[in-house]
Write a protein that binds this ligand. Structure first.
Ligand code: DNO
Length: 394
């Protein structure tokens, strides 16, 4: 397994020299400053790579090997008139990356919003902070802050009442902060930041797009992209929709094994692969993660390892738990991924996904989920599992 670490570039509060100390060898990164839809020029890719690999001569080497992510313009998701130029640009970016030796590309196909949480500082009993998605808070935002047309149809009476009580109890500041957390976007997002008005407009563009249409647009995109990925030796690794269910009346189409089966049946190219984001898929109790690690062995090119613990009474609410101590059987996920590597004779990239904000990071400016110490704890735990499994051959 190639231990990788996400780095957001020179503005990331976690520096490359700190990453080197964690023992990770591979960097997951992107050119975040380039507007969505534009080509990443080869020289810009090359300078970013040089920055990462600058001290490789005399220090433990770091290599930029994984891109997370090339954003997919919403016009492609909508198949809007003129979207072809964005597809061409995506292909050129892929080719430029491959020419610089970066051949694993994560991306997602979530409409309008990228990953979403409601709390960025949810305190755990041990004092550290985690990210959380609270379904009731989400509903309070959707129903009473955004006031989305037809939102009422998406909630039961009980859900509506709970959300109403929460909304009534929130101060104006709390409402503003919840709004920011949901629509301004989180680190690494591949969509725009919105104001409430822009957000309503962005949602309205999807009024006529149902699951079948969005799926069709994804397959059409991949049918155009995958021959170029194959030719360049690039592995595409689609990231699931996080959280993995419909939100704001938008269809979400990469949430379950059924979605993945449909995806691979329709676009069988070997370049068409996936990111096994354990925490995202694991936010649904019906997704069996160790089983998915086995079933999609040939398609998994990248894995995000992170645990979630769901609320007992509302299974769509969860917090990001410790990497090994959550509702997900992480040890068996890792064991199955290691078996795949043996059987297929190839390595995959793994990264500790989000970590807790803890110790010296509590008073430090960090990107939510992307602290130094919490992620290092996650990586160290994962590394322990890998070592134990490989050393004892269990
Ligand atoms: C959150 C991440 C997302 C993910 C993108 C993939 O931490 O999992 O930012 O990188 O959605 O395209």
């Amino acid at each position: 397994m190639r231990e990788s670490w996400r780095w957001f570039g020179p503005n990331d509060p976690v520096s490359l020299s700190e990453i080197r100390q964690t023992g990770a060898s591979d960097i997951v990164s992107a050119l975040h400053a380039i507007p969505i839809g534009e080509i990443w020029p080869r020289d810009a890719i090359n300078s970013h790579k040089k920055m990462i690999e600058e001290y490789n001569g005399n220090m433990s080497p770091l290599s930029w090997t994984v891109v997370e992510s090339i954003p997919v313009h919403d016009d492609i998701k909508l198949a809007a008139p003129g979207h072809e130029k964005y597809v061409d640009n995506w292909i050129t970016t892929l080719q430029n990356l491959a020419a610089e030796g970066i051949k694993t590309i994560c991306y997602n196909f979530m409409p309008v919003l990228d990953w979403t949480r409601t709390d960025l500082k949810y305190q755990l009993p041990n004092g550290a902070f985690a990210l959380r998605f609270d379904q009731d808070k989400f509903a309070a935002f959707d129903l009473f802050i955004l006031n989305r047309t037809n939102a009422r149809d998406d909630y039961t009476q009980d859900e509506y009442d709970r959300a109403l009580n929460l909304a009534k109890a929130m101060t104006t500041e709390e409402q503003a902060s919840l709004t920011q957390t949901i629509i301004a976007g989180l680190p690494g997002k591949m969509t725009d930041s919105y104001t409430l008005d822009d957000f309503r407009k962005a949602l309205a563009r999807y009024d006529h797009i149902d699951h079948a249409k969005l799926r069709g647009n994804l397959f059409a995109f991949l049918r155009l992209v995958s021959p170029h990925a194959e030719a360049a030796g690039v592995a595409l690794a689609i990231h699931p929709d996080d959280p993995p269910w419909d939100m704001f009346g938008l269809p979400r189409v990469i949430c379950t094994p059924d979605d993945l089966d449909t995806l691979f049946e329709n676009v069988p190219s070997p370049a068409n692969g996936m990111t096994l984001c354990v925490g995202t898929y694991g936010s649904r109790p019906d997704n069996d993660l160790p089983q998915m690690a086995l079933d999609y062995a040939e398609r998994i090119y990248f894995a995000h390892l992170r645990g979630v613990t769901r609320d007992v009474h509302e299974q769509r609410s969860f917090f990001e738990a410790s990497h090994l101590d959550s509702d997900i059987d992480m040890v068996h996920v890792i064991k199955n991924l290691l078996d795949n590597e043996q059987n297929l004779n190839r390595e995959i990239f793994i990264r500790p996904d989000h970590g807790h904000q803890m110790m010296g990071d509590i008073n430090r400016n960090v990107n939510p989920g992307y602290s130094a110490i919490g992620r290092m704890k996650g990586l160290a735990e994962i590394r322990g599992v890998i070592k134990a499994i490989t050393a004892t051959n269990i």
